[in-house]
Design a protein around this ligand. Structure first.
Ligand code: NOJ
Length: 555
């Protein structure tokens, strides 16, 4: 395999080296003092984001929605939910972000809509085989009176992927498909109206000046329309979960099973993206789309070739263990997977669907040290990085009492899976007690409770602490942009005779060394320290690197 990406392979578009900050609007900042995050809060937060040094923001859904899956159940994809503000707020957000040099990416949710979307309401009121039902996957059930689901497909959130409806005359009738919650019916992408409507949605946001899209469940739009039973339906639906060691045999098998399967990653899904790409190209060549598609490496390039979309999320850092050899393996595969089509790799250490990286790597001081060290690995790699809000503050997952949980995963799995709420808690901005400046309404009941003990985690507190994770992120984001070695596409591993060290070179003169040992090591390379995630010592015998620490050296 090739460990190298040269400058010519790495295109010069803004997104090929971007640091993109993911905003989860309900938890970022409350701008109208009602206790819930909103678009005005995002506008207020722009100076902070600019000072962090991000190139773009990606906003998770803020569209009208009953909020059964925190907005990923959209009832109108071309509007703003009043709980988040207005279209004017959005237009102002784009304008102000652009003035600060920050681009705006919005989330597109094409696999499903909310059960309260007018199309689904119409389908429920229409007979079997009607045009209204053909926009979804409505099928007759099996069994004598159709009382069993059409096949054995499972929802990713748990339970059957089929729900039976009451027909307009009050009798039990057909079943509809939902890969997620029953309030999220899947659209039928064989239907022309569905395709046209999605193009209208893209056009709508492009006209408002957005710079790109994040495509939800991008691997799932096309289904096997013969609806076959699956040999391992639970395995298939669980294969998208973020809790497997990416190098394990089980993960490899599950991901291989996804490729061109009945539910995911079907070859014909690329026909959809070719249409999208043509539309996006008509708005100039600096619009981008990043796809959520956890597919085996050999399938990744299909999503990001010249006539499909632009970027595919690299999810391996969401699960990678703190192990130098595994990290090396994961990095090699990720770089190789997209380099065949000259697309830049991407690195995400956390997002709204996964545990926070500090918690995942051991929690407390240990987890924080490793998370900071992993960040300096990710930020030094070629390609783009995605930073999930609060990651730059080194936040951990919050213990949510079961009675306060909101995630449909918790409800659909009957409490078997805790769900994703722990990483979605409103951000701490300032002060020493909840709501930590998140909202001006101090008696607000937040949608998820903040913990005690976040006083030193706030943006205000970290801003003035030179050793804070916030200031580490500021420094690394600035350097990855300004240092020619880091900004170049050149990348190569350095062979080191110690399995606990990961080392690679960027450009002519930057060396990155991660010490995954729980003890100090002599640095195998010397140079001027550009940045370190943890303790280092420079003595007569050279540089020593502390436990769970990454350094960037200028050699
Ligand atoms: C992926 C999103 O990131 C997740 O939050 C959501 O629950 C599912 N897709 C369904 O839209």
């Amino acid at each position: 395999m090739s460990d190298r990406l040269t400058d010519s392979e790495q295109s010069q578009t803004w997104w090929s080296r971007a640091a993109v900050y993911q905003i989860y609007p309900r938890s970022f900042r409350d701008g109208n003092a009602d206790g819930l995050g909103d678009l005005r809060g995002v506008i207020e937060g722009l100076p902070y984001l600019a000072s962090l040094g991000v190139d773009a923001v990606w906003l998770s859904p803020f569209y009208p929605s009953p909020q059964k899956d925190a907005g990923y159940d959209v009832s109108d994809p071309r509007a703003v939910d009043p709980m988040f503000g207005t279209l004017n707020d959005f237009a102002e957000l784009v304008e102000q972000a652009h003035e600060r040099g920050v681009r705006v990416i919005v989330d597109i949710v094409p696999n499903h809509v909310s059960a309260s979307h007018p199309w689904f309401v119409e389908a429920l009121n229409s007979p079997a085989d009607s045009q209204a039902r053909r926009r979804f996957h409505f099928l007759d059930g099996r069994g004598e009176s159709g009382e069993q689901p059409p096949n054995n497909w499972e929802s990713i959130f748990g339970g059957s992927a089929w729900t039976r409806v009451k027909e307009p005359n009050g009798s039990w009738g057909q079943w509809y498909l939902h890969l997620f919650d029953s309030t999220q019916p899947d659209l039928n992408w064989d239907n022309e109206e569905v395709r046209v409507d999605a193009l209208n949605t893209l056009r709508f946001w492009l006209e408002l000046g957005v710079d790109g899209f994040r495509v939800d469940v991008a691997l799932g739009l096309a289904k096997d329309m013969t609806y076959p039973d699956l040999i391992d339906p639970i395995g298939m639906s669980q294969s998208l979960r973020f809790d497997l060691d990416p190098t394990s045999e089980e993960a490899a098998q599950r991901r291989a099973g996804l490729a061109n399967s009945a539910l995911f990653d079907r070859d014909e899904v690329q026909d959809i993206y070719r249409e999208w790409r043509a539309l996006m190209n008509s708005y100039g060549n600096d619009k981008m789309a990043v796809v959520e598609a956890w597919v085996p490496p050999e399938r990744a390039s299909r999503y990001v070739s010249e006539d499909t979309l632009h970027q595919i999320f690299g999810f391996d850092f969401l699960v990678v263990p703190w192990d130098a050899q595994v990290m090396r393996d994961v990095i090699s595969r990720a770089v190789e997977a997209v380099s065949v089509v000259s697309a830049p790799p991407t690195w995400a250490m956390s997002n709204h669907d996964s545990p926070r990286v500090v918690t995942r790597l051991g929690d407390g001081d240990l987890g924080l040290a490793r998370a900071r060290a992993l960040a300096l690995v990710a930020h030094a790699l070629p390609g783009s990085i995605y930073v999930y809000q609060g990651e730059e503050l080194g936040l951990s997952d919050v213990e949510i009492p079961d009675s306060a949980r909101q995630d449909p995963v918790w409800f659909r799995s009957s409490g078997q899976q805790k769900g994703r709420d722990g990483g979605r808690v409103p951000l701490p901005w300032s002060g020493s007690v909840p709501p930590y400046g998140f909202t001006d309404r101090t008696d607000a009941q937040l949608w998820l409770p903040q913990p005690d003990g976040w006083a030193s985690a706030t943006i205000e507190a970290q801003d003035i602490d030179p050793m804070s994770t916030l200031n580490l992120y500021r420094a690394s984001l600035a350097l990855r942009k300004s240092h020619p070695g880091l900004a170049s596409g050149e990348f190569a591993f350095i062979e080191i005779d110690d399995p606990g060290l990961l080392a690679f070179q960027r450009g002519a003169d930057v060396v990155v060394i991660a010490n995954t040992h729980p003890h100090w090591v002599e640095s195998p390379r010397s140079g001027m320290v550009l940045l370190a995630s943890g303790p280092i010592e420079v003595g007569d015998n050279g540089l020593r690197i502390g436990p769970d620490t990454t350094v960037w050296l200028q050699t």
